[in-house]
Design a protein around this ligand. Structure first.
Ligand SMILES: NC(=O)c1ccc[n+]([C@@H]2O[C@H](COP(=O)([O-])OP(=O)(O)OC[C@H]3O[C@@H](n4cnc5c(N)ncnc54)[C@H](O)[C@@H]3O)[C@@H](O)[C@H]2O)c1
Length: 344
């Protein structure tokens, strides 16, 4: 005999609620994202390729769907729908906007829609901070960080690095927009007053003066191709995925989050595969490093290219949902599901 189930409900969670649930929880988010990433790497997930909606009349813009399902104790399905409209920045609003829909694994019913630009930035920064930690264990821990591209993702990554115990003697900035560099500089002065903050005039100076380089631009094709700039063998978090010429990746050690995802969509690793005709330039995944199967050395630059996995959005989104539910502040939309009696 089947048991009656609770009537499905649908809740909307605002950006203010998301921020309140996540603020100051950098350690917890890194642990959560690492757990979800390990579940994914162990096969307890479904994470099909992201679907890119592009527009012939607006080639700089795109909207991406990231459907996913994660098992373990998280048990949730869903989809992130995230827009990137770089022209927004000139209008005074962020480039990216997003919603995350969570679906119940027993009934399939969507049960929440969450503002998700904060969730997306959080999971990206949490995995970047995790990678910085794991990938610097066999090299001198970087004390000079350089941000190549100084937008929202750069700010979140800095917050997550500092929030998980990193300290930097020097923080460098390079951005093609003077306004972005200045804005990020003001954020750093407030949040890291003990660091020496330098806005560099050239990409070369930024890279040469950083042991940890964070790429967070919106470049759609490689614009950094001088291998000599990397002769001090920095650790590179290549979060924006398309900045480095394939020749640089072929001369570096390369770690990705997920091989099949990352070698797509004209990312630099994808171009490196096309140029070399094979995947030999990859050392493995971050999961391989976490499990001790791969040990990157400090004898050449080390580049981490994370494609960004929908399962990580689900993990952070479900965490936020549970927090807001427990606090009693869930905004349930009355009568959202209306046709619930099969025969009327
Ligand atoms: N891999 C992932 O999981 C993941 C997740 C989220 C975002 N991202 C990527 O992170 C990047 C940054 O996102 P954001 O929200 O911070 O964007 P943003 O628009 O807020 O900031 C991007 C900054 O890069 C600068 N920039 C653009 N081209 C540059 C260049 N050639 N050299 C130097 N600076 C340059 C811009 O002036 C801007 O200040 C995007 O490419 C986004 O797709 C990746």
């Amino acid at each position: 005999m089947s048991h009656p189930i609770a009537m499905p409900q649908f809740a909307v969670i605002t950006g203010a609620q998301v921020r309140h649930a996540l603020q100051g929880r950098e350690h917890e988010m890194v642990a959560l994202v690492e757990d979800a990433y390990r579940l994914h790497s162990a096969g307890d997930s479904v994470n099909p390729p992201s679907y890119f909606l592009r527009f012939p009349d607006r080639p700089a813009s795109r909207i991406i769907a990231l459907p996913a399902s994660i098992g373990g104790r998280l048990r949730v399905d869903g989809v992130k729908w995230v827009s990137s409209f770089p022209g927004n920045v000139a209008l005074g609003i962020p480039r990216a906007s997003a919603v995350l829909i969570l679906n119940d694994q027993d009934t399939g019913y969507p049960f929440a829609c969450l503002e998700s630009s904060i969730i997306s930035a959080t999971r990206t920064a949490a995995l970047a901070a995790s990678a910085a930690d794991w990938l610097s264990r066999d090299r001198q821990r970087p004390a000079r960080v350089g941000f190549f591209g100084a937008g929202l993702i750069a700010r979140y990554i800095h917050t997550f690095l500092v929030g998980t115990g990193w300290t930097f003697d020097e923080v460098g900035i390079f951005d093609v927009s003077a306004a972005s560099a200045a804005g990020f500089g003001r954020y750093l002065q407030r949040s890291a007053p003990d660091s020496v903050i330098t806005v560099h005039d050239t990409a070369e100076l930024l890279i040469r003066s950083s042991d940890l380089v964070v790429f967070a631009t919106v470049a759609s094709q490689p614009h950094v191709s001088e291998l000599r700039w990397f002769e001090h063998h920095p650790l590179v978090l290549h979060v924006s995925l398309r900045d480095l010429a394939p020749e640089i990746l072929l001369a570096a050690g390369n770690i990705v989050d997920d091989i099949d995802h990352c070698l797509k969509a004209s990312t630099s690793p994808h171009l490196a595969e096309q140029l070399s005709g094979n995947r030999d330039f990859l050392l493995g995944t971050l999961a391989d490093v976490m499990a001790g199967r791969v040990k990157p050395t400090a004898e050449r630059p080390l580049v981490f290219s994370p494609f960004g996995l929908g399962v990580l959005d689900l993990a952070v989104g479900k965490y936020v949902y549970d927090q807001v539910s427990r606090s009693g502040d869930l905004h349930v939309v009355d009568d959202f599901f209306h046709e619930l009696d099969r025969y009327g």
